[in-house]
Design a protein around this ligand. Structure first.
Ligand SMILES: Nc1nc2c(ncn2[C@@H]2O[C@H](COP(=O)(O)O[C@H]3[C@@H](O)[C@H](n4cnc5c(=O)[nH]c(N)nc54)O[C@@H]3COP(=O)(O)O)[C@@H](O)[C@H]2O)c(=O)[nH]1
Length: 765
C-alpha cells in the first residue's frame, strides 16, 4: 500500500508538473509563436525539457509544421500531456499544440528500490518476529502440549496413579488458563477412571465370588432365560443328572432327555411350574426326575424368577437337591408304618384305612363288604415249643396261603401276633364270604414244614358283614372278633358269622372298664420310673414316668392293656391328670434330694391331649408342684400330629410358649413324615425301641436309626433311643451321636421307692 501510494504520489507530481508547464509556458509559448520568435521558442522549449523527468517535446505548429526536442528512450514507460497554444486578441487563433512526454523510469526505479528495501526489511522483521513467536509458543504452549501428548501416549491402566503435571509454576493464573484447564480435565478423567476401575475390580471380585459359590454350590443350579432356555448349569447339576452343561444350553429344563414320553410328562409339570411361578412368584416341590442314563431319582426343586432393578423378569433360577436318600428312608418308614415287616402284608393301620375306603365305596354302590378276623389256632404253643424263627416262618406261610384264596380287590392284613384281617369288598351276599372262609380253611389243611418237621396248623375265622352287622368299621371289627371267638369255641378250624348275642363276649371288657372307673379313687394306679441317660457319659438327665394299674383281682395290669380302653371311655383324662401331678411332684422330690435338675417325661394320649382343659391341667401340675416348666417333657405320639388340626398346633404352641418341652414318641411307627417335625415346636425325637433293638442284627435298622438321628439333628432336635438292652447298642448309639438313651440296659422301670434307691446308689446321678 505504501509503495503504491508513493507511486501514485510520483505520478501526481508528474501530472502536477505537466499542469505547471501548461499554466507556466502555454501563454509565453503562444506569444513566441505568434511573434514567430524561433529563438525564444527554442529557449523556452529547452527550459521545459530541462525540467525533471521531461524527456520529449513535440510542438505542432499550425498549419503543418512541427518542432521536436528530446528523445523517448526505447521501451521506456512514459506519460504524455498535450495542451493547445492559443493567441487571445480580439479574436482567438489556435497556433498549435505542445505534447510534453515525461519519462516514468525514474519513478519506476524509485518504486523498485523501495519495493526491495521494504521487502527486505519486512522479511527481516517478519523473520525475527516469527522466531520470537515460535519461541514464545514453544516455551509457553508447545512443550506442554508435547508433555500432554506423551502422557496420553504412555497412559495405560498401570499408570493411572500418576497425575499429569506441567513444567511451569503452579500459579492461580496458570491453573485457570487453557493448559491448566486441560491438565485438570485430564487428571479428573484419570481419577474417574481410577474410581471406575476400582469399582469394576470390586464388582468383578463379587461376581467371581458369586459365580464360584454357584459353581460349587451343593445344590444343583440351572439358570434359564425368559423363554426358559437354559443358559447355565453348575457342576452339581452335571453330577446329579449326568448332563454336560454345554450340551443342554438353549434347551428347556423339562426336555433334556431323548425319551419323548418322558419329555411329554415333563411338559405338563413344567407348564404348571411356569404358571405358579408367574402367579405366586415361586414353585417348590418334589420331582421324580430322570438322569441321562435313564435312572430315576427324587429331587427337591425350587423355581424362582430372576428380576432386574425395575422388577422385570430376566430369567429363572432352578435350584435342585437330591432327596433320593431321604425319600427312600421316608418310603421305608412309610412302608414300615403301613406294612408288616415279617409277612409284607398291610398292617393294622393300613388295613383300617382300606376298610374305611371299602365301606365308603360300598355305601355309594349299595354293596356288601365282608370283614374276616382270623386267628391261628395253637400259634402260641408252636412259638413256645419250636422257637420264634419257626413261629415267624409259620406266619409267613400262613399269610401266603390266605392271600392265595383272595381276589385282587380283597385285602389281607396282619393285625399283630397271629391275627389276620381279610376285607372282601363287593360281596354278592353273606354266603360268598362263607365260600372264601371255606377256601382259606382248606388251604390250611396241608401240613407246614417248620424246623424240618410237619406241623398242622388251623385257623378260626369270624365274619361280619357291612351293612347288615354294622355300618361302622370299628364295630364291624369288634363283631368279626367276637365271631372269631365263637368259631374257636366251636372247636377251631371253623368259621362263624357274627350274631348279636355274641356281643356278650365283651363282658370282660365291661368289667375292666368299671374297675378302672374306681381305680383312681381306690388309689390302684402307681407310677414307675425309668432313667433317661446321656448316651456318651451314661449320666442321668431325665426320668420317664410309666403308669401301672395294680388291681387286686387282675394283678399288675400293664398300660398297653388298659390305656386303649381308658382312651375309648374318656377315663384317660382324669387318669392322665393324676399322672401329671404325681410325676411333677416326684421330680421336685429328686431335685431336692440330689440338688440336681432332673427332668421328667410324661406320656400323653391323643384323647387326653385334645381335652379342652389339657393345657390348664399341665400348668396346674407345674404350679402346685413348683417344677420349672423346662424340666417337664410331654411325650406325644406321631398319630396325634397326623390329624394336622389347627387345634393341635395351637395347643403345642401354647405348651412350647410356656417353656414345656415336647417330644415325638415312638418315632418310626407312625407315618414318619419328617415334614411335620419342621412345622411343630418339638425339642426331642424318641426312636421306637423296635428299631433300636435290632440295630446290631439288621443292617437296615442300623441305617434307619442312623438316618433318623442325622435328620433329627439337621432339624435341631435331640434324639432319645428307646429300648436299649445291650452294651453293643450303646456303642452303636454313641458312634452315631445319639444324644440320650433309655432301656433295660440302664434300668427297668422301677416303682418310686426302688427308683429312690437307684438314685442314691447310682454314682452317675
Ligand atoms: N398315655 C399314657 N401312656 C402311657 C403311660 N405310661 C405308659 N404309657 C404307654 O404305655 C406303653 C407301654 O408302656 P410300658 O409297658 O411301661 O413300657 C415302657 C417301658 O417299660 C418299655 N421299655 C423301656 N425300656 C425297654 C427295653 O429296654 N426293652 C423293652 N422291651 N421295653 C422297654 O418301653 C415303654 C416305654 O415306651 P415309651 O412311652 O414309648 O417311651 C408305652 O407306649 C407308653 O407310652 C401314661 O402314663 N400315659
Amino acid at each position: 500500500l505504501q509503495i503504491y501510494s508513493d507511486y501514485r504520489k510520483d505520478l501526481a507530481q508528474i501530472d502536477n508538473r505537466m499542469q505547471v508547464i501548461e499554466s507556466g509556458y502555454a501563454s509565453s509559448l503562444a506569444r513566441s509563436l505568434w511573434a514567430l520568435d524561433q529563438k525564444l521558442l527554442q529557449t523556452q522549449m529547452e527550459g521545459i525539457l530541462s525540467l525533471p523527468d521531461v524527456v520529449h517535446l513535440r510542438l505542432r505548429i499550425e498549419p503543418d509544421s512541427e518542432l521536436v526536442m528530446g528523445d523517448i528512450p526505447l521501451d521506456a514507460r512514459t506519460k504524455s500531456h498535450s495542451f493547445s497554444l492559443v493567441h487571445r486578441g480580439d479574436e482567438e487563433f489556435e497556433l498549435g499544440e505542445l505534447t510534453v512526454t515525461a519519462d516514468l523510469e525514474r519513478i519506476y526505479d524509485d518504486l523498485k528500490r523501495k519495493v526491495v528495501v521494504i521487502l527486505f526489511t519486512q522479511f527481516l522483521k517478519t523473520f525475527f518476529v516469527s522466531i520470537l513467536i515460535i519461541w514464545i509458543f514453544q516455551h509457553f504452549v508447545a512443550r506442554h502440549l508435547t508433555t500432554m501428548a506423551n502422557y496420553a501416549r504412555d497412559f495405560s491402566l498401570k499408570t493411572t496413579s500418576e497425575p499429569l503435571t506441567l513444567d511451569r509454576p503452579n500459579t492461580p493464573s496458570n491453573r485457570i488458563d487453557e493448559l491448566g484447564r486441560v491438565t485438570d480435565a485430564i487428571n479428573q478423567m484419570r481419577e474417574r477412571l481410577n474410581a471406575d476401575m476400582e469399582r469394576q475390580h470390586k464388582d468383578a471380585a463379587e461376581i467371581r465370588k458369586f459365580s464360584k459359590a454357584i459353581e460349587q454350590s451343593p445344590s444343583s443350579v440351572l439358570i434359564c432365560d425368559r423363554q426358559w432356555r437354559i443358559e447355565f448349569a453348575n457342576q452339581k447339576f452335571t453330577q446329579l443328572t449326568g448332563y454336560d452343561a454345554k450340551t443342554i444350553v438353549g434347551k428347556h429344563p423339562g426336555a433334556l432327555g431323548e425319551n419323548q414320553l418322558e419329555n411329554r410328562e415333563n411338559h405338563h409339570l413344567w407348564q404348571s411350574i411356569r404358571l405358579q411361578v408367574q402367579r405366586v412368584g415361586v414353585w417348590q416341590g418334589e420331582v421324580n426326575s430322570v438322569r441321562r442314563n435313564g435312572e430315576r431319582f427324587w429331587e427337591q426343586l425350587i423355581v424362582t424368577p430372576i428380576k432386574d432393578e425395575t422388577g422385570g423378569i430376566t430369567g429363572y433360577l432352578i435350584l435342585g437337591e437330591d432327596i433320593s436318600i431321604r425319600k427312600r428312608y421316608e418310603q421305608q418308614l412309610l412302608r414300615q408304618a403301613n406294612y408288616d415287616i415279617l409277612t409284607g402284608l398291610p398292617n393294622r393301620m393300613l388295613a383300617l384305612d382300606r376298610l374305611k375306603l371299602a365301606l365308603a365305596q360300598a355305601r355309594r354302590e349299595s354293596s356288601l363288604v365282608g370283614v374276616m378276623f382270623l386267628d391261628l389256632d395253637n400259634f402260641k404253643h408252636i412259638n413256645d415249643t419250636l422257637g420264634h424263627d419257626a413261629g415267624d416262618n409259620l406266619l409267613i406261610e400262613a399269610a401266603r396261603r390266605i392271600s392265595s384264596c383272595l381276589r385282587g380287590t380283597s385285602t389281607v392284613a396282619r393285625l399283630g401276633g397271629d391275627e389276620f384281617l381279610v376285607i372282601l369288598p363287593g360281596l354278592t351276599g353273606p354266603e360268598a364270604s362263607s365260600q372264601v372262609a371255606e377256601r382259606i380253611l382248606k388251604t390250611f389243611a396241608p401240613p407246614y414244614i417248620l424246623n424240618g418237621q410237619e406241623v398242622f396248623v388251623t385257623t378260626s375265622i369270624g365274619i361280619a358283614i357291612f351293612p347288615t352287622d354294622s355300618d361302622n368299621s370299628g364295630t364291624l371289627l369288634q363283631h368279626a372278633d367276637a365271631a372269631m371267638y365263637q368259631a374257636k369255641h366251636k372247636g377251631k378250624s371253623a368259621f362263624a358269622h357274627f350274631a348279636p348275642e355274641m356281643t356278650e363276649v365283651s363282658h370282660e371288657r365291661l368289667k375292666m372298664e368299671s374297675s378302672m372307673r374306681r381305680a383312681l379313687e381306690l388309689k390302684e394306679f402307681e407310677l414307675y420310673f425309668q432313667p433317661i441317660v446321656q448316651t456318651d457319659s451314661g449320666n442321668l438327665c431325665a426320668v420317664e414316668a410309666l403308669l401301672r394299674w395294680n388291681n387286686p383281682a387282675m394283678g399288675m395290669v400293664m398300660p398297653d392293656r388298659f390305656i386303649p380302653l381308658a382312651e375309648e371311655t374318656g377315663l384317660i383324662t382324669p387318669i392322665g391328670e393324676w399322672v401329671l401331678e404325681e410325676a411333677c411332684r416326684a421330680a421336685v422330690g429328686w431335685i431336692q434330694t440330689t440338688g440336681r435338675d432332673i427332668g421328667i417325661s410324661v406320656n400323653v394320649s391323643p384323647r387326653q391331649f385334645r381335652d379342652p382343659g389339657f393345657t390348664e391341667t399341665v400348668m396346674h401340675a407345674l404350679s402346685t408342684s413348683g417344677l420349672a416348666p423346662e424340666l417337664l417333657e410331654l411325650e406325644i405320639t406321631e398319630r396325634l400330629i397326623l390329624d394336622n388340626s389347627i387345634e393341635t398346633a395351637e395347643i403345642l404352641r401354647q405348651l412350647d410358649k410356656a417353656g414345656i418341652r415336647l417330644s415325638v414318641d415312638d418315632f418310626g411307627t407312625g407315618y414318619s413324615a419328617l415334614s411335620y417335625l419342621k412345622s411343630y415346636p418339638f425339642d426331642t425325637l424318641k426312636i421306637d425301641k423296635s428299631f433300636v433293638q435290632d440295630v446290631m442284627k439288621e443292617p437296615e435298622d442300623a441305617s434307619l436309626v442312623r438316618a433318623i438321628i442325622n435328620m433329627a439333628h439337621s432339624l435341631g432336635l435331640r434324639v432319645i433311643a428307646e429300648g436299649v438292652e445291650e452294651e453293643a447298642q450303646t456303642h452303636f448309639l454313641k458312634k452315631e451321636n445319639c444324644d440320650f438313651s433309655q432301656g433295660y440296659f440302664y434300668s427297668r422301670p422301677l416303682p418310686a421307692p426302688e427308683f429312690d434307691d437307684w438314685l442314691s446308689s447310682n454314682h452317675r446321678v
